[in-house]
Design a protein around this ligand. Structure first.
Ligand code: AMP
Ligand code: ZN
Ligand code: FE
Ligand code: FE
Length: 293
């Protein structure tokens, strides 16, 4: 398809309300300066970034979707090593079940951080939670903030190095955190009037395409409505596969860079590593689907 490349969108952005380094106001200003057609702020397990963006005021010519990215547990009988996240778009902020579930997830993050620090201390890394808080000044601390402080103190060369050596799944300072069952994540997004979308399928790290398809069918039965087909880590082959599945199962296709600001410096808003492009037509499909419900 021949797309108008001047009108790109980015439906996967993190703000300072999770582990992004730009405030919602700065994200809006950057999106406006980049002339993006539409954006969504999709913070981990919180809608506060989206809320603040709306309070700040959306620049004219920029369309804005409310969003969230929920950490979920796989369905029974499925097991895979990667990150399983469900994006929710166009959610209502006042939904009580959405809010109570997100509060529980936030709480779980708070109890996890001291455990990670304790484990790092036991491994000989001299780091305190206070130092991480002072260094980050964030609303919601996560592993990237711990990693960044470790870089600053010279324990590791880079954020990736910190994940590879200590913080990543299966590494010695990895601590699992509470996640909601995927059926619940989908249900609460639908309950808040939103559109549930499977985030960055390649990061699930499911090697067998047939198993991925079975997972997708299971999620669709739970109410999943979309697939994040366009993502900087997706090769042309991945994209072709995900586009095919999205068409086959009548799923909305979405896409975004997973922009985190300077915590993931190689990923730029709207353009990822350079030639990443999500067409504005996908934003229209999402809106039309939701308004037609
Ligand atoms: P947390 O919210 O503490 O579970 O951390 C999740 C964040 O860590 C996400 O933004 C990921 O992009 C980031 N992350 C996960 N694995 C890695 C890795 N190997 N290198 C760099 N960042 C990572
Ligand atoms: Zn993140
Ligand atoms: Fe994610
Ligand atoms: Fe993300």
């Amino acid at each position: 398809m021949d797309y108008d490349k001047s009108n790109r969108i980015d439906l996967h952005i993190h703000s300072t309300y999770s582990d992004g380094t730009l405030t919602p106001a700065k994200i809006l200003a950057m999106a406006r300066d980049l002339n993006l057609g539409a954006i969504a702020i999709t913070d981990h397990d919180t809608i506060d970034g989206s809320k603040e963006a709306l309070r700040t005021g959306i620049p004219s010519n920029l369309k804005f979707l409310t969003g969230v990215e929920i950490s979920a547990l796989p369905p029974r009988l499925f097991s895979f090593p990667g990150s399983f996240h469900i994006l929710g778009y166009l959610i209502r902020f006042d939904d009580p079940i959405l809010n109570s579930t997100l509060n529980k997830l936030q709480q779980a993050r708070k109890t996890r951080n001291p455990k990670i620090i304790k484990q790092l201390n036991m491994l000989g890394i001299d780091l305190s939670l206070r130092e991480v808080i002072d260094e980050s000044g964030q609303c919601q601390l996560g592993r990237p903030h711990i990693a960044r402080t470790m870089v600053k103190k010279g324990f590791v060369k880079s954020i990736n190095d910190a994940f590879d050596k200590y913080l990543g799944k299966g590494r010695p300072a990895y601590i699992d955190k509470f996640r909601v069952d995927c059926s619940k994540a989908i249900e609460i997004i639908l309950g808040a009037g939103g559109v549930p979308v499977l985030a960055h399928p390649v990061l699930l790290e499911i090697k067998d395409d047939r198993i991925f398809e079975q997972l997708l069918v299971t999620l669709i039965e739970m109410g999943l409505q979309g697939l994040e087909v366009y993502y900087p880590e997706h090769s042309a082959k991945h994209i072709a596969f995900y586009e095919k599945l999205a068409k086959q199962y009548n799923l909305l296709m979405t896409g975004g860079t997973d922009f985190h600001g300077s915590i993931k410096p190689d990923i730029k808003m709207g353009t990822g590593r350079g030639d990443f492009f999500v067409p504005c037509s996908l934003y229209n499909d999402l809106i039309n689907c939701c308004c037609g419900q």
